[in-house]
Write a protein that binds this ligand. Structure first.
Ligand SMILES: Cc1cc2nc3c(=O)[nH]c(=O)nc-3n(C[C@H](O)[C@H](O)[C@H](O)COP(=O)(O)OP(=O)(O)OC[C@H]3O[C@@H](n4cnc5c(N)ncnc54)[C@H](O)[C@@H]3O)c2cc1C
Length: 309
């Protein structure tokens, strides 16, 4: 997973540099703050053990944390220390997708997008897929990739294998900031409350919660209230421009938290799904690994690490 993450980060940075995508991308690192002494001590020990592979991560005292992120001063009474990860990036995945869509829609790329089209199943000839049944016209291709998040479970079963992908529901709040707002300047993870904060330009996106077994994608008011109270506890002086935008989504997760990337038992059917809570983080590297497998190129990442067994 670390290899896939590193490959993704390098590829995304390369794309940003080459294409100039504007999606509130920042490479300002991530600060993990701890409020529990035992958890902090354990994290420090782990960091010291893996010193060579941690990419410059640093152990910070409580004072260092508050100096690095003054916005934490008002609500950070309980912070005992932190770990700073200087190599972490942040960005708005929707903005990136909108720009990639616009770019790939140019005729020269020969890409067709079919929005609002549901794939309902496959047509087979022996172990080969020869077509897709959709709620519109059927489609056919030389090769097919199952890459539809939670929906990969249904399509996998239809193709005779079990991807074991289940929903982990989560919520986010996006606050517009003003000059008066006191918000972190970089990504912060509140380890005690399991809430993550990402600075996206003049917005602060807060995400948290894992609801297991809830298959209703609607926003649950009780969970949003809890998330808001967690934000108020850490950032009582946030002072956003208005009430946040609320969102709920389903993380397509697998029991061992690793995605499936590679071949399926059907010769021309491939899969790239099950990225759980790391779908954006791992997107570029996963797509490269899949493209390498599909075209028979040498793989940048261990090719069997994400294989279907
Ligand atoms: C609150 C929250 C916070 C998160 N924060 C982060 C984060 O900070 N970093 C990170 O890396 N990840 C994060 N994630 C996880 C990330 O959102 C997922 O891992 C990622 O969206 C998975 O991407 P995907 O393309 O596999 O699936 P999805 O994003 O679910 O997309 C699948 C798409 O396929 C469509 N579809 C499904 N079935 C069919 C069908 N039969 N036919 C046609 N279309 C179909 C769906 O409508 C959907 O549009 C977060 C998730 C949540 C819920």
């Amino acid at each position: 997973m670390l290899e896939l993450g590193l490959s993704s980060r390098a590829l995304l940075r390369e794309m940003v540099a080459r294409e100039g995508y504007a999606f509130d991308f920042s490479s300002t690192g991530k600060l993990l703050v701890y409020q529990d002494q035992a958890a902090y001590a354990l994290a420090c020990r782990q960091l010291q053990m893996h010193d060579a592979t941690t990419g410059g991560q640093r152990i910070l005292s409580r004072r260092d944390c508050l100096e690095m992120e003054p916005a934490l001063q008002a609500g950070g009474h309980g912070i005992v220390g932190g770990i700073f990860m200087p190599e972490e990036d942040a960005g708005d995945c929707l903005k990136l997708c909108v720009q990639m869509h616009r770019q790939l829609s140019a005729a020269s790329h020969n890409v067709t997008f079919r929005f609002n089209t549901e794939v309902r199943g496959f047509r087979f000839s022996g172990q080969q897929v020869v077509g897709l049944e959709t709620d519109g016209p059927s489609l056919s291709a030389d090769a097919y990739v199952i890459a539809n998040g939670l929906g990969a479970q249904k399509l996998g079963l239809a193709a005779g294998f079990n991807p074991m992908i289940h929903p982990l529901k989560g919520y986010s709040l996006t606050y517009e900031l003003t000059e008066k707002s006191r918000a972190p300047a970089r990504s912060v993870s509140d380890i005690h409350r399991k809430v993550v904060y990402a600075r996206l330009g003049n917005r602060l996106r807060v995400a948290g919660m894992v609801d297991i077994g809830d298959r209703d994608s609607g926003v649950t008011a009780r969970r949003i209230d809890l998330l808001k109270s967690q934000v108020n506890a850490l950032l009582p002086e946030l002072a956003p421009a208005a009430q946040p935008k609320v969102w709920a989504g389903m993380r397509p997760a697998r029991p061992d938290s690793t995605p499936l990337i590679g071949a399926t038992p059907c010769g021309n059917l491939w899969i790239n799904a099950g990225h759980g809570m790391l779908g954006f983080t791992l997107a570029a590297g996963s797509a490269r690994l899949l493209a390498d497998r599909l075209t028979g190129r040498p793989c940048a990442v261990q090719r069997n690490a994400f294989a279907l067994h």
